[in-house]
Design a protein around this ligand. Structure first.
Ligand SMILES: C[S@@+](CC[C@H](N)C(=O)[O-])C[C@H]1O[C@@H](n2cnc3c(N)ncnc32)[C@H](O)[C@@H]1O
Length: 294
């Protein structure tokens, strides 16, 4: 049972459809028809609410205490709902088995709504998850997901702006070589390149040797972006912000090489997205590689 959370219910999801008004002096027959329409209408509204807002709990607002099991504060991104299953299946093949019964330590950068981490944490109990976000609205949503699913293996989310150096991050996260993996989904193309630079340099600092930086999103390969839908998506992103845009795997590989992160695995996922797995190499290997390429 999810733990009860005492929160403000927020606005009730609004769905307005035909709602007949009672007319004074109705005949018996008219009243019966009115009641029938009202009942069907109410059931239909409940059905629509449940379909559009699956977390919506009709008990919200009924008690004066406003104790609820769910809340519209739980944000729901349709894309995250679609891609969470294939990402999870890929994570299962990527993540190492923890040693000595210790949990794997994984930081998620740009956790968004919290849908992903809530989904992954339930299926991967061998991991201790640390969500993070730069947006305070998202931080609240992540907290709600943790409470709603009573997730014991997810730490409270931290405010992290990925462009800031790790030295300025909240204290549980600024110790070097402390993480087994960093996960970052759908951030690289929707932020300026400086965010990607921040992601890779913090991964270099925070990952243990052999640790993984796992990124998910659309990418071009050797300058070629396919299919047409991704080309249009990229154009739309750049129109919104000229500093955004779908990145090339080669550019990420180059950035990785500067930060002791080698591209280790690449997976094709549905909807023309990919998962890239960078592995932190030992300093001595990195030095040898760097010397050989100079
Ligand atoms: C498209 S959303 C992806 C959210 C989630 N990872 C997902 O896949 O559904 C991009 C996220 O990047 C976050 N973001 C933008 N700039 C950031 C920054 N400088 N540091 C950390 N996160 C940032 C935004 O707040 C937003 O939640």
């Amino acid at each position: 049972m999810p733990k009860e959370v005492r929160i403000s219910p927020g606005p009730k999801p609004r769905i307005q459809i035909f709602r007949p008004l009672p007319i004074c002096g109705m005949t018996k027959g008219a009243r019966a028809i009115f009641q029938l329409v009202s009942t069907v209408n109410a059931s239909f509204i409940t059905y629509l609410r449940k379909t559009i807002f699956p977390d919506y709990n009709p008990a919200i607002g009924k008690n004066s205490s406003e104790t609820v099991m769910s809340s519209p504060v739980l944000q729901r991104a349709p894309a995250a709902e679609r891609n969470k299953a294939p990402i999870l299946e890929t994570l299962k093949t990527i993540l190492p088995v923890p040693s000595n019964n210790e949990k794997l330590q994984i930081l998620e950068i740009a956790s968004g709504t919290g849908q992903h981490i809530a989904h992954f944490a339930q299926s991967l109990p061998q991991v201790e998850w640390q969500p993070s976000e730069v947006s305070s609205t998202s931080l609240r949503s992540i907290e709600q997901y943790i409470a709603f699913y009573n997730l014991k293996n997810v730490k409270p989310p931290l405010m992290i702006d990925i462009v800031k150096p790790t030295g300025e991050w909240p204290s549980p996260l600024n110790s070097p070589q402390s993480l087994d993996a960093i996960l970052c989904t759908n951030m690289i193309h929707i932020t300026p390149w400086t965010c990607t630079e921040g992601l890779f340099s913090s991964a270099n600092y925070l990952l243990k040797p052999g640790g993984l930086l796992i990124t998910y999103g659309p990418y071009s390969v050797n300058g070629v972006l396919t299919p047409e839908s991704n080309v249009n998506f990229d154009a739309g992103l750049r129109q919104q912000n000229p500093l955004w845009g779908i990145r090339d795997v080669k550019d990420l590989e180059q950035l990785g090489a500067q930060q002791k992160l080698e591209l280790h695995q690449r997976f094709d996922l549905p909807a023309n997205n990919k998962i890239l797995v960078f592995r932190k190499v030992l300093y001595i290997h990195w030095l040898r590689e760097t010397m050989c390429t100079v």
